[in-house]
Design a protein around this ligand. Structure first.
Ligand code: FPP
Ligand code: MG
Length: 272
């Protein structure tokens, strides 16, 4: 089963996160973050590790701090997303702002920003810094655009909808696989190819998420013209197919490549 085969990578991501947060145990954000991140799927750090592995990366530079950074950016974005969406529950547990209050939910992203800056400083590689800064900027722009469209209740085209998903979700998937390749020292063509693979998987994943949430109040998918349930499902499968094809052209066969392929398939099949 995929979950079992990914377990070593998930455990590695958990350790990397604990290590980064353990440097700040006295901070008021550390314990709330540790509690909130527990039980997550760690899809983004796992993608980063597997991308690093398919690109032939070794122990130095260590991909762990980057893996922790992408999970923390994801975590901070969910905390803010729940504030913006007014959601009180996430993954069956109280949302961060319900459990720890609005002030901590707002300030936690300032804390995460500081940790991510530390991580990039330690790598001393501008490509790593740029991949992280680009995704954070693009994610916030995508979320702001979605909030504006939802507030106005404007109908949007399927293409405009895809662009929002690309910004708010696929950009961090893309940064994760790109970072794995950069840290592995891959050549430029492979780095861009892995970034594109992550983007395609992220699109498939968010489309699947929207399909599972279709019809729930406040979802942006409800504003897409012409009842898009069929097109959303078809687009999710298409992005997965393109991701798998790209990967097979880009890197040689290996167990890590098989796992990346299966993750791409999972992106369009998961059940929540
Ligand atoms: C979930 O969407 C939200 C995102 C994928 C991105 C949210 C991005 C931000 C808040 C901006 C970036 C912020 C930081 C701190 C980096 P959804 O509401 O469709 O999914 P859900 O069902 O999981 O809530
Ligand atoms: Mg939400």
């Amino acid at each position: 089963m995929l979950r079992e085969r990914l377990r070593p990578y998930v455990e590695r991501a958990d350790k990397a996160l604990s290590k980064l947060l353990s440097e700040h145990v006295s901070s008021p954000f550390a314990a709330p973050l540790v509690e909130f991140v527990s039980g997550g799927k760690r899809v983004r750090p796992v993608l980063l590790y597997l991308s690093h592995e398919v690109c032939g990366g070794g122990a130095d530079p260590d991909p762990d701090p980057a893996a922790a950074a992408v999970e923390l950016i994801h975590t901070a974005s969910l905390i803010h997303d729940d504030l913006i969406d007014g959601d009180q529950v996430r993954r069956g547990k109280l949302a961060f702002h319900m459990r720890f209050g609005r002030d901590l939910a707002i300030l936690v992203s300032d804390f995460v920003l500081s940790l991510v800056l530390d991580v990039t400083a330690d790598y001393g590689n501008p490509r790593i810094a740029r991949a992280l800064s680009r995704t954070t900027r693009v994610m916030s722009e995508g979320e702001a655009e979605e909030a504006r469209i939802r507030a106005r209740g404007e109908p949007i085209s399927f293409d405009a909808y895809l662009q929002i998903l690309e910004k708010k979700t696929a950009s961090l998937f893309s940064a994760s696989t790109e970072l794995g390749a950069i840290i592995a020292g891959a050549e430029d063509r492979v780095i861009s190819g892995m970034a594109e693979f992550g983007r395609l998987v992220g699109m498939a994943y968010q489309l699947r998420d929207d399909l599972l949430d279709f019809g729930k109040p406040g979802e942006i998918s409800a504003l897409v013209e012409a009842k898009p349930v069929g097109p959303i499902g078809a687009a999710s499968e298409d992005f997965t197919r393109r991701a798998v094809d790209l990967l097979e052209d880009l890197v040689p066969p290996s167990e890590a490549r098989n796992l990346l392929k299966e993750l791409a398939l999972y992106a369009t099949r998961w059940e929540g």
